[in-house]
Design a protein around this ligand. Structure first.
Ligand code: HEM
Ligand code: HEM
Length: 133
């Protein structure tokens, strides 16, 4: 799961910088919020999830982690589509954005609970030994 999340994050990064570059070139800053969240939730947060699940693979082997994975990876594209439509002034897209972002938020709460349940200090001998090749 760690590697998959890191690859997904890289795709968001590419889309995020392309949107940023396009905004700069055409001087249309309506997409700033979409750009910011593609980069910060899509690239930065998703990469951090991937890195954390790679360092602690046993934390990725839980139902909570799998639910987080799907809520994040379904919720975020829905949220981004909602943000895109919002930048076009399509107010009907607001519920779409809300549903997408709620999925991301619930996923993030599950991620946090999962880490507290699985990362017990006494059960982590050495982070390096937890890496899967
Ligand atoms: C080549 C890459 C990038 C380009 C060309 C670019 C371009 C832009 C542009 C044109 C804006 C709008 C500025 C404005 O409204 O005045 C912006 C805003 C923003 N960018 Fe980027 N960006 C890039 C990469 C990134 C990355 C990697 C991140 C985060 C990891 C990021 C985060 C943000 C944020 C948070 C804002 C909103 C700032 C605010 O609210 O004032 N950008 N970017
Ligand atoms: C589901 C989670 C999130 C939701 C629902 C959310 C929602 C929002 C909203 C409603 C705004 C105001 C947008 C506007 O004024 O047009 C905003 C702005 C912003 N958020 Fe988030 N956010 C989320 C996660 C994050 C995360 C994780 C980060 C950073 C790691 C972040 C960084 C920012 C930044 C930098 C801005 C200002 C960018 C701009 O100028 O539009 N957000 N966010």
């Amino acid at each position: 799961m760690g590697k998959t999340l890191i690859k997904i994050a890289a795709v968001y990064f590419s889309i995020g910088v392309l949107v940023g570059m396009t905004m700069g070139i055409i001087h249309d800053f309506r997409y700033t919020s979409m750009h910011a969240h593609i980069n910060l939730l899509g690239w930065v947060s998703t990469a951090l999830f991937g890195i954390i699940y790679s360092i602690y693979p046993f934390a990725a082997d839980t139902k909570l982690a799998k639910t987080h994975f799907w809520l994040h990876n379904i919720g975020l594209p829905v949220m981004v589509i909602g943000l895109f439509c919002e930048s076009w002034g399509i107010s009907a897209a607001l519920p779409v954005m809300i549903v997408g972002s709620l999925a991301v938020v619930v996923g993030t709460l599950l991620f946090t609970v999962n880490l507290f349940k699985t990362l017990k200090a006494s059960s982590i001998p050495n982070a390096r030994s937890n890496f899967k090749a």
